[in-house]
Design a protein around this ligand. Sequence first.
Ligand SMILES: C[S@@+](CC[C@H](N)C(=O)[O-])C[C@H]1O[C@@H](n2cnc3c(N)ncnc32)[C@H](O)[C@@H]1O
Length: 181
Amino acid sequence: MHYSCKHLKSVTFILTCEYLQLTLLCVTSLELGAGGGLVGLSVAKGCKINGPLYITDQLEMYDLMQHNIALNGLTDRVKGVLLNWGEPLSQEIVDFRPNVILAADCVYFEPAFPLLHKTLGDLFTLCPEATVYFCFKKRRRADMQFMAKAKKAFHVTEIEDDDRSIFSREKLFLYSFTSKR
Ligand SMILES: C[S@@+](CC[C@H](N)C(=O)[O-])C[C@H]1O[C@@H](n2cnc3c(N)ncnc32)[C@H](O)[C@@H]1O
């Protein structure tokens, strides 16, 4: 795995990738807040997926996403796409209709919580059978407010695995979200 990013802070992708290794097959998947694309690119390289994968972020991260896609020889399977949380989904994403959504370390900036929440809701409206794999490191108390709101809007399940106690000590959590509809 080749990766170029100046500010790699998150290790939460490990949880996501290890879990998804077992579960991803026939999917159209989309990563929210991909940053340099570490999670999505790891999934594309390490998991048995046979569908395309979109990694998404804001304009500031676009060139880095494209750079890392090319660096890993994944231009045929992974596409970097702009997706600003809280804004209407682009026609391209509506047409793509992802059924697996990845979000790692996207709960870190309180003003963005409602925007992320709205985008998750929009993605469930688009594809009610979608599953979101949602991984984050709890840094401050407000982070749990995001989860409290998510639990009201979506079915939220904490994913158990053998290493959960280790990750819990580091305040790293992995959940799946599904639609209540
Ligand atoms: C802490 S980084 C996590 C990056 C990557 N998922 C990881 O785990 O290494 C959070 C990412 O969310 C993105 N982000 C923040 N606010 C956003 C918004 N309003 N719309 C889309 N992406 C946003 C940032 O640009 C950043 O890349």
